[in-house]
Design a protein around this ligand. Structure first.
Ligand code: NAG
Ligand code: NAG
Ligand code: NAG
Ligand code: NAG
Length: 411
């Protein structure tokens, strides 16, 4: 009898012990014992509907967020704001501004054009990226980002940053084109690579139900303009390299190839070339010339570009499809100016933890593409407009202008 009781006690103990182990494993698995953020990494990424496309009302609206400069969240202080507001101002003000923009403008796509996080004051790059992109991730709106010169100054290098960003909810960011695509672009037959991280092309399809519903009618090009470089012993900013321009030219020509028209009585017919927009962080040297030309918006600080001119403007001009380029980097510039038929527009500083100009509200740019109306359906892009919104009491809408318009949309 006694030995049976002992056995029984022993098995109760074993059961309890097993239960204890299971409980620990369960808690670990459900992240009760792990830091909060890692829970997000274990989840499956949420994807927006593919591909990007115009709305049934024939519009596609892009919100450009330039220089969000997110640090550590509530402990990162605002810069260049009135002293009176200093105590209650942090990265969270940038978050609120982003939510305000998303709510008011209801964009179809958000483009973050670099210096998304202010690496030098972010103790953990992953935490900071979650903080920076949270409003976009929560909105369910497709979004994409490229890197500036400050993003990699925390705990991730540029490759890690772009991989991480491409895995966040509703992100359509890509790291780089495939080796196959790059080899086709170079036509060398060798395995080719590209400089930087975050060079990619997104296509926006026509309105649902229209004859362009399965065709790209607007192309978006994203390029990595690098961070810092040393040229002949002198420190300067990064620039877009030859390998990137070669791919860009190829990607543009590929989407301009002749397409068979569905209208048999007119075949073969080349559809009008879809207009394109390009996004990169560091302005090109020619942007300086705009100071002596006409521009719309404010030109309030020197263009902090690279000392190297790699021929970006010539490539863009030779492509023929790029109508607008959207940049960041210089927070106190928010103008659009035209170089050789292409508009170069700054977003204007968005984030409160980045430098700004005292008394000059933080701001964001909106880009609206509109389709032309055919007899009974939407056609290609007819017009591209832009304006800015200020994070002031009136949420002021300023500097509205038409960047491009075409008769092609009407055919
Ligand atoms: C930052 O947000 C707080 C809380 O909403 C607000 O009181 C403060 O005025 C904001 N600061 C700036 C500079 O917008
Ligand atoms: C677009 O593709 C869908 C799905 O393949 C098809 O049902 C539709 O007819 C296509 N529309 C046009 C205009 O080609
Ligand atoms: C095809 O093109 C002809 C000539 O422009 C036009 O009359 C006809 O309506 C078109 N058909 C379709 C289906 O678009
Ligand atoms: C907001 O709008 C009102 C009324 O139009 C105007 O009086 C005020 O100066 C504006 N404030 C700002 C900050 O633009």
């Amino acid at each position: 009898m006694e030995s049976a009781t002992q056995k029984w006690n022993h098995s109760v103990f074993s059961l309890l012990y097993l239960f204890f182990i299971y409980a620990i494993l369960y808690l670990l698995h459900s992240n009760v014992l792990l830091p909060h953020e890692s829970h997000l990494l274990l989840r499956i990424k949420k994807n927006p509907p593919h591909p990007l496309r115009f709305r049934p009302d024939g519009t596609f609206k892009i919100l450009q967020v330039a220089d969000l400069h997110y640090g550590n969240g509530p402990t990162s202080r605002c810069r260049d704001i009135p002293i009176s507001g200093f105590r209650h101002c942090s990265d969270l003000n940038s978050t609120w501004f982003l939510r305000r923009m998303i709510q008011a403008e209801n964009p179809d796509f958000i483009a973050f054009t670099g210096d998304n996080i202010f690496g030098s004051s972010a103790t953990d790059a992953a935490e900071s990226l979650f903080g920076a992109f949270r409003p976009a991730m929560e909105s369910g709106i497709p979004w994409a980002a490229i890197l500036g010169n400050h993003d990699q100054e925390s705990t991730m290098n540029r490759e890690e940053l772009m991989s991480f960003i491409s895995l966040l909810d509703y992100s359509v960011s890509q790291i780089n084109p495939s080796v196959e695509e790059l080899s086709n672009a170079a036509k060398t037959g060798k395995r080719e690579t590209i400089d930087g991280f975050g060079n990619y092309n997104l296509r926006v399809f026509g309105a649902p139900g229209s004859h362009l519903a399965n065709s790209s009618v607007l192309n978006l090009f994203f390029l990595d303009s690098g961070d810092r470089e040393t040229v002949k012993g002198i420190r300067t900013y990064g620039w877009i390299k030859e390998s990137q321009l070669r791919w860009l030219y190829y990607a543009s020509k590929r989407s301009q190839g002749p397409k068979k028209c569905t209208n048999r009585s007119l075949s073969p017919l080349t559809l009008p070339t879809p207009p394109a927009l390009a996004f990169f962080h560091i302005p090109i040297p020619e942007v300086r010339q705009l100071y002596y030309k006409t521009f719309i918006g404010q030109f309030q600080e020197a263009v902090a570009c690279s000392s190297v001119n790699s021929g970006v403007l010539q490539t863009l001009v030779s492509m023929g499809d790029v109508k607008g380029v959207f940049m960041g980097h210089d927070h106190k510039n928010d103008f659009c100016g035209n170089l050789d038929g292409i508009w170069f527009c700054y977003g204007g500083g968005f984030g409160y933890h980045g430098y700004g100009k005292y008394g000059w509200p933080r701001r964001a740019r909106v880009i609206l593409a509109e389709l032309g109306k055919g007899e009974n359906a939407w056609m290609g892009v007819e017009q591209i407009k832009t304006w800015k919104r200020l994070d002031d009491d009136n949420f002021s809408k300023i500097d509205e202008q038409i960047l491009w318009s075409s008769d092609h949309g009407r055919e």
